[in-house]
Write a protein that binds this ligand. Sequence first.
Ligand SMILES: NC(=O)c1ccc[n+]([C@@H]2O[C@H](COP(=O)([O-])OP(=O)(O)OC[C@H]3O[C@@H](n4cnc5c(N)ncnc54)[C@H](O)[C@@H]3O)[C@@H](O)[C@H]2O)c1
Length: 267
Amino acid sequence: MTDLTGKTALVTGSVQGIGLAIAETLAGAGARIAVHGIAGDAQIEEVCHHLRKKGAADAAFFRGDLRHPTQIQDLMAAVAAWGGADILVNNAGIQHTDWLSKLPSDMWESILSVNLSAAFYTMQAAMPEMANRGYGRVINIASVHGLVASKQKAPYVAAKHGLIGLSKTAALEYASRGDKAKGGVTVNCICPGWTNTAIIEPQIKERMAALGVDREAAVADMLKDKQPSLRGSEPAEIGALALWLCSPVAHNVVGASIPVDGGWTVQ
Ligand SMILES: NC(=O)c1ccc[n+]([C@@H]2O[C@H](COP(=O)([O-])OP(=O)(O)OC[C@H]3O[C@@H](n4cnc5c(N)ncnc54)[C@H](O)[C@@H]3O)[C@@H](O)[C@H]2O)c1
């Protein structure tokens, strides 16, 4: 079992969904968790309490709207003052579906900022110290849409493809840092397909309305379209892979983009 005692993990967007599941898994391995995301005080308190109960050595919330580089710099300075991140999970993301010709420019800017540029700023801040320590893990939550495209997702597909490119470059630049015993410094992407979280709810509702069917039938139709296993993923399954990537045994998994997509991208 991977033991993350003494390690600190910053998981962006960890107040819900996949980010929360990753934070729970890393907490279970004993890491200190820097919680982040957009949430009210009560939810923040509840999440930190929950992660401590799951086994986190500590859990504290760090603020920062990822659309704004100055807020990301403040976020990273606050995490550095808390001891710095040995593990950085760039998970926060947003989605908006519409035809290219209809997408408002502010939506393009927001999706590129949160889903791509934010990872550049957090990695730039956190990775030099990882290199000094000889251990570091950057896990970027990309998507099947970092590997293939779908209609009506131009900014999301562009950002996720960009995130994979950014990750490959960073992986190369840091590949030789650290050693086997410490675990080295690696950068990888996880590329989920349909996963049961809030981000896909608008698409489920759209499909229910378009087909005039209930939720279960709409989800089945979405899976039939793209995901050959016909099964959605649970956030905890992404968490389990993230934990494995954190273990020293994964020291030579460098610059990979790992699909968790029921066969979506092998078609
Ligand atoms: N659920 C899926 O089917 C699926 C598939 C592929 C990839 N992903 C990716 O997984 C990641 C997590 O998404 P999720 O499915 O858990 O969705 P979610 O909507 O439940 O979570 C998104 C998280 O991002 C945070 N966030 C959004 N805007 C932010 C901002 N401006 N500043 C700071 N934080 C912000 C939110 O607080 C939230 O915690 C995203 O990057 C998403 O693109 C999800």
